[in-house]
Ligand binder design. Sequence first.
Ligand SMILES: [Zn+2]
Length: 448
Amino acid sequence: MFCRCALEYSAPENTRTCPVCLAHPGALPVPNGRAIELTIKLGVALGCEISKHAIFARKNYFYPDLPKGYQISQYEAPLCEHGRFVIPTADGDEAVGITRAHLEEDAAKTVHAGGATGRSVGADYSLIDFNRGGTPLLEIVSEPDIRSADEADRYLRLLRQTIVELGISDAEMEKGTLRADVNVSVRKRGEEGFRPRWELKNMNSFTFIRRGIDAAIREQVAAYERGETLEQSTYDYDPDTDHLTVHRSKEEADDYRYFPEPDLVPVEPPVELVERLRAEVPELPGTRIRRFEEAVGFDVAYALVTTDRDALYAGLVAEGVEARLAANWVMNEFAATGDDPADVNVPEMATVLKTLNLTRSALVDATAASTKDGFSAAAYTAQTAVSDASELGPVIDSVIAANPGQVETYRGGKEGVLGFLVGQVMKETQGKADPKVVNRLLREKLQA
Ligand SMILES: [Zn+2]
């Protein structure tokens, strides 16, 4: 955030450092202009007011992974404030107020080693990797508008998608490039105001966030029902036991002795810059979900957008593929390949999908080949299914004649055996028969 070190995930430890992020005496910070621009873009996307006068402050505390003894952050005057993030759901829109979005620098990474590896308690020693130290960290604080683990999940997933699409970060929980602090407090229905909250810090999995919220709700309700009073604290969620353990009681903001960073001038983004960045913000994922919803329904639209497959879907539709067919292929056959949607040869694949009566095996083969160089529809569109009764009739007759036992079982009321007979016809025709037609013809002949 304040030096020129390259940011490279999984680079060897302590190889992406410099005098600034290692806090050598006399080193001075220079803010990362790109990080400031991207923060403004996110602020625009979240409907925030963009500050005309944002201030970096020093947040003083000691920790081994913070060599300066303070973190540079925005405190009283953040870059973005007072936003509103709209989350589409199947039952209308949910809106979450955005208190603020501000920039700060990340701390280095501490690894507790030896003994009970990975845990601070029981570790023999700790190692510090300063590569992460000084990375731009964009902290987004929401209003207490979220009412359940489900809502929190929807909020986080759409927020993540927005961050990725704006090119701010890959925002991957597994890599630590997206982390969440979750605050939970329960109250009685109709009660005004909020009770003390529990904070679950540095959560790094969507599943554990959900489970952590549910555990906090459960344990707070149980504590109140026992007549206890709760205080504001930080908790750790243990996925193995599904319980919370108190980490520490919350320190007050005053303890950090915030004051304006004397080595940095205020950030005063010119109006023209903010307007240029505003114009660069693309159509947001929430809006796209609503746009695709009409053709394919909410759930499919949501899945397409949040798995980054909607551009492929839209490309196929633009090539004349029927919307539901395009969405089904993208989310089923294509998704199963695990290939990158950007690699698909869209016009050729659209030709395959528009071919009536294509055999199942031709579709499967075409799907597997759709991202390869030189992929052409011609080889696959030649393989259309045989649905002509006059062609299939003799094959079906021979299959019935060859399997008297199964035929008798079917006529005895066990319809399940029909699948076996359909399979035999498919085998005889090398997969070229249209299974729907075979099914119908078989039923007709077996009833006769
Ligand atoms: Zn550096």
